[in-house]
Design a protein around this ligand. Sequence first.
Ligand code: NDP
Ligand code: HSE
Length: 433
Amino acid sequence: MDAPVLRVGVIGAGNVGGALVELLSDPSRHVALVDAATATLELVGVAVRDASRARPEVPTHLITTDAASLAARDDLDILVEVIGGIEPARTYIESALSRGTSVVTANKALMAEAGTQLAALAHEHGADLFYEAAVGGAIPILRALRSSLAGERIERVMGIVNGTTNFILSKMTSEASDYAPALAEAQALGYAEADPSADVEGFDAAAKVQIISSLAFGTRLAGESITREGITGVRAVDVEFARRAGFVIKLLGVAERVGETGISRRVHPAMVPLEHPLAAVHGAMNAVFVEGAKSGPLMWLGPGAGGYPTATAVLGDVLDAARNRVSGRHDVPFSIDETLHAIDTNDIASVFYLSLDVLDQPGVLAAVAGVFGDHGVSIQSMEQSGVADEARLSFVTHVARTGDVFATLNDLASLASVDSIGACIRVIDGGDR
Ligand code: NDP
Ligand code: HSE
């Protein structure tokens, strides 16, 4: 009997889609289609915006600009969405799922916005919705959380989950590079989102934290906003201070249990001690550090962005969906824990590093220290360096409530002797739990 042919359509042929089409078209990889004996994959269409653009990796006869018709084909088994953004991606995915076509996507923004609803739609129509590539590029972290750690009580997940910002911070750390050229290089290498503010302002990492949290704890994927601070306020002086103090600055996505039913989810720059495994994650590499109650600490590391690494995760999902299709099954959506509630980040305690530029005059330090005292924020250490008639003050606090530190900064900003507030960066595992 002939092996059944599963028809695959791909929407998007940019960094990820182009690499995926190349992998799908490589005959040597067909051997790697574990179920080649029971099914073969046929690429039946690749939808793009601009059909005139040269795409050597895509056979010309497969290119279409009619993504809606490709998604709505009744004979399609698997639709891959790699265009990004909420619309029209969501409409195409809903169109495919409601026909029973399985969907593979790398779209973290959409999954964070509507993942729970889309997973329910997939289930209703007997289809799969897979999105491993949405978090950590090539790292198989979603499967690990969903399957291997399904029986573990996860306490905290901390991740470097945005390649662009890790690339920029790494360049600022190791090459004293300026921010702008490092960002331009990340864009040229295909790491950055179409709008790079999604990377540097932490939106991309926030979406990934929501996806991780849904699988680690059972929180809903329904467009909640979580606390988010990007890297645009991190300056060379902060990177240098961190280095001297034995830390490296990373943009961290954190999802953690607080008590029995609280979950805190946030994205912010953090000073990571050099001896922590996350400190050794450089360039566009991503890493996810999971603390399980019984497993102890675990870490996954790998390329978190870029066409080929991301395409390998997409291809893995396509093969999983293909296997399910052949065996007439589909995965059930992850379960939601209705007892959980979100913890206000203001109530999370941490050690903080703060820097400010002030006038170098008598009484200024006392006034500044007084503001810390007013909010009950205790100073652990202070460093002053002179810049003309100004002084830069760098403080490390004792463990303090985030809301109290922000209130301190707010009041400091209104002191006449304070010229500018610089960075406000949490120090991880400096007693912040
Ligand atoms: P690109 O911008 O490189 O490519 C987007 C592709 O989608 C292009 O081929 C574009 O067509 C096509 N496209 C855009 N809008 C439409 C539309 N309305 N109809 C048909 N085609 C359309 O994006 P990436 O490949 O970098 O990213 C794709 C997705 O993968 C995003 O969700 C992103 O977040 C995610 N992702 C990306 C990673 C990366 O490292 N780049 C890593 C992990 C996930 P045209 O070429 O004609 O302009
Ligand atoms: N823009 C994203 C990043 C792509 O830099 O990590 C991978 O999701």
